[in-house]
Structures are given as structure tokens and as C-alpha cells.
Design a protein around this ligand. Structure first.
Ligand SMILES: NC(=O)c1ccc[n+]([C@@H]2O[C@H](COP(=O)([O-])OP(=O)(O)OC[C@H]3O[C@@H](n4cnc5c(N)ncnc54)[C@H](OP(=O)(O)O)[C@@H]3O)[C@@H](O)[C@H]2O)c1
Length: 384
């Protein structure tokens, strides 16, 4: 390795990255400057250029990590099968080295190379994290594993911080997709930590959204607001909701590896509590269409009609009780910045109506509600 971890950390600190972020990393939430306007991770070059390898990089989070890293003057290599083509920040990929392989059984292209940092966006199997972390532990300084707050599922407690133990056993035997996903992420985290020790960073994002999303969770709301008319407002007005702009997550990933930060980070937004009512009325603020809200706030009625979630809203009981009660104090202390959600909505709308999204997808977003289903539920609500 051209540079030892000690040298790397010394130069990072000397460059004043993490600790200088707020004139000394604040140790309590109260020290986070909420009163100041939002400012982002600087677009100016970082004090030291890092060689960053992204395992993945071309679907949703990846292109934003690419942009955030390039903007800070880092060198980026991505590793994929070459099947998924980026749909946002496409021009940035001209400045990115692309290695081809398969996390299933062909990591050959990663051999004999060195990187300062690895971002592992592993989505499917914990074994992928095991194989790549073992392969790269002596040829990369640090390893940032993209996990998920899904590791806490079932969400039986409130104010879930990083000290809450992640779930390691899927007691449903694979019958519960959320449990299987969470355990897969937990095991992936453990593999990253085993190989990299305190050089591992475990990023646990909650729901994130924005331009280029691969599911249509925000696209639904864009489309719904543009359609106007009577809108089913699901849930209780004061139900808490959480969502984070994908670009804020990507920039925070880059920020973390520019610092000597280590350990586990819950990463969610917004920085201050948001209710379902505020979320929906905020969307209204971003649209010119006339909208009428019909609040359907009876949990039993919603359950009876199969509406358990309409992200970012989720019916908060049972196994999902604490889903929107993720404690992000640590991420805020370490410099997580968030742009206004109106920005997220407007930029996602621009992307949603660009050539990157097909007419067919726009007409039938993958979401628990279709126009027909929404009308049926509204009719049943009024007739009850
Ligand atoms: N969306 C959310 O709200 C949310 C919340 C919490 C956590 N997360 C996590 O965030 C991460 C985001 O993932 P993303 O899809 O946006 O990341 P991404 O890095 O943008 O895309 C995934 C990449 O994996 C590559 N890939 C897939 N199968 C592969 C294989 N067998 N070998 C090599 N490369 C392969 C794909 O390219 P090819 O197809 O060309 O191979 C693609 O480039 C995931 O880990 C997800 O679990 C998401």
C-alpha cells in the first residue's frame, strides 16, 4: 500500500477535515447549528485526493456518490457487471474508470490494485461483502459498507440509535422480506468489520429518495401532485415520517471518508421531526395544481384496505412501530447536511419528467396505490 493508514489519518486530520467541520466535532446535538441556513459539503476540492472504488455505482445511489466524489477532486473507479447504465449524472462517468466483473463469482478485475477507500453498495447477498472485504482488506485503507436501518427490523423500540443491536436471525425463515433483508445487511456489516476492523464504516441509511430513484416512491408523489384533484391522505396527521435526499447521503459518504470517522452511522432525514401532514402539505406547496385532501386516519380501516405503507408514510404499529424513530444524532454531529425537501421534490420532478423516465413508468409507478385503488378506498371511506 502506497500510504499507511496512520499516514492517511494523520494527513486527513492535518488537513482539518472532520474535526474542523464545525470547529471541533460537536459532542452533543445541541451544538449542531440548526439555526444556520443549510450549507452543503463543500464542492471545492478536498485537501487530499482519494482513490475511491465503488462496488456498484450505476443505479441510484452510485451516480450520486460518483458526482459527490468527483466534485471533491477524488478519483473514482466503479465495479459492475456492465448491465445497469446510469440514468443521472451520465456525463460524470466519462471521468470514471469502469472495471467489469461479477460479485457472484468474478472479482478478478479487483486484484493487484490499491485504493484508499471502498464504497460497498451491496444490495443482495451478505456473501458479496465477505468476498470483496476479504479480497481488499490489504489493498484498501477503508471500507464503507452501505447497510440499512433495516438491520433493526422489527422496529419494536423508539429513538433507535446505533447502540441498538441489529438483528442477526431471520426467525420468519425467509417468509418476511423485511426480516430477510435486515439480516442480510447485518451479516454484511459483520463481514466488513471482520475484514477491516476499525477501518470499516457502517452506513445505515433509512429511506432515501431523489433524482434517479430505482423504485417509484417519490415518483408516485410527483405524479399524484401533478394530477391534482382529491388526494387520499393516508395516516394520522401527526404520524412522523422520515426521508433523506440521496445526494445528501452520497455527500455524507464522501465526507465521512475524508475524515477519520469510523464505526456505525444511522443516516436519515430530515434533521428535525416531520409529520405526515407537513410532508403532504409541503408537496402541495411545490405544485401548481388544485388539490383537495381527504384524510383517512383510521389505522384499522387502512389495514382492512391493505394500505400498510405509502412511503415515506408507514402504519406505525406492531413490527413497524419505531420505523420512523431513527436517532441520527451521531450523523449530525459528524456533519450530515440536508437540503430542503422542497429541493428534493422539485429536482425529482424534473428528473421524473425527463427522458430518463419512460412514459410507461410514469403512467404506472410501482407504488401501493394506483389511481383506481385510491378512488376505491376514498369511496369506501365515505360510505363507511
Ligand atoms: N433506497 C433506499 O431507501 C435504501 C434504504 C436503505 C438502504 N439502501 C441500500 O442502498 C444501496 C443502494 O443501492 P443502489 O442500487 O442505489 O447502488 P448502485 O451502486 O447505484 O447500484 C447497484 C450496482 O450494483 C451493480 N451490480 C448488481 N449486481 C452485481 C453483481 N452481481 N456484480 C457486480 N455488480 C453488480 C449494478 O450494476 P450491474 O447491474 O451492471 O452489475 C449497479 O451498478 C443498497 O445497498 C440498498 O440496500 C437503500
Amino acid at each position: 500500500m502506497s500510504r499507511s493508514r496512520r499516514d492517511f489519518l494523520r494527513s486527513s486530520v492535518a488537513a482539518g477535515s472532520a474535526l474542523a467541520f464545525g470547529a471541533g466535532a460537536p459532542s452533543v446535538l445541541g451544538a449542531v447549528p440548526h439555526h444556520r441556513p443549510h450549507t452543503h459539503t463543500s464542492k471545492a476540492p478536498a485537501p487530499r485526493s482519494l482513490r475511491i472504488l465503488i462496488l456498484g455505482g450505476t443505479s441510484f445511489l452510485g451516480p450520486h456518490q460518483v458526482r459527490a466524489a468527483l466534485q471533491r477532486g477524488h478519483e473514482v473507479t466503479i465495479f459492475t457487471r456492465g448491465r445497469t447504465q446510469p440514468k443521472v449524472n451520465v456525463e460524470d462517468f466519462q471521468r470514471v474508470e469502469h472495471l467489469i466483473g461479477d460479485r457472484e463469482d468474478d472479482l478478478g478485475a479487483l486484484g493487484g490494485r490499491e485504493w484508499d477507500v471502498v464504497f460497498d453498495n451491496s444490495t443482495r447477498k451478505w456473501e458479496w461483502a465477505r468476498d470483496s472485504a476479504q479480497l481488499l482488506k490489504d489493498s484498501a485503507d477503508r471500507y464503507l459498507f452501505i447497510s440499512s436501518t433495516g438491520v433493526y427490523y422489527p422496529y419494536l423500540t423508539m429513538n433507535i440509535d446505533e447502540s441498538v443491536q441489529p438483528n442477526t436471525v431471520d426467525e420468519s425463515g425467509g417468509q418476511d422480506g423485511s426480516a430477510a433483508y435486515g439480516v442480510m445487511k447485518t451479516l454484511g456489516e459483520m463481514e466488513a468489520q471482520q475484514a477491516f476492523g476499525d477501518r470499516a464504516i457502517i452506513a445505515r441509511p433509512q429511506h432515501f429518495t431523489g433524482p434517479g430513484e430505482s423504485q417509484d416512491r417519490h415518483g408516485y408523489w410527483v405524479e399524484r401532485m401533478e394530477r391534482g384533484g382529491e388526494v387520499l391522505a393516508m395516516g394520522r396527521r401527526d404520524d412522523p415520517v422520515m426521508l433523506l435526499d440521496v445526494r445528501d447521503l452520497a455527500e455524507f459518504c464522501v465526507h465521512l471518508v475524508e475524515t477519520e470517522a469510523g464505526g456505525i452511522f444511522n443516516i436519515a432525514g430530515p434533521a428535525s421531526p416531520l409529520t405526515q401532514e407537513e410532508f403532504l402539505y409541503g408537496l402541495r406547496f411545490c405544485t401548481g395544481k388544485e388539490v383537495h385532501w381527504t384524510w383517512v386516519d383510521d389505522y384499522e380501516f387502512l389495514k382492512a384496505h391493505g394500505l400498510h405503507f405509502a412511503v415515506p408514510w408507514i402504519l406505525l404499529d406492531g413490527l413497524e412501530l419505531g420505523y420512523t424513530s431513527i436517532n441520527i444524532d451521531k450523523a449530525l454531529e459528524y456533519g450530515l447536511k440536508m437540503r430542503p425537501l422542497a429541493r428534493t421534490h422539485l429536482d425529482t420532478r424534473d428528473w421524473w419528467y425527463s427522458e430518463a423516465v419512460s412514459e410507461e413508468r410514469r403512467n404506472s409507478p410501482r407504488f401501493p396505490l394506483t389511481p383506481g385503488r385510491e378512488a376505491e378506498i376514498l369511496e369506501a371511506w365515505k360510505a363507511r
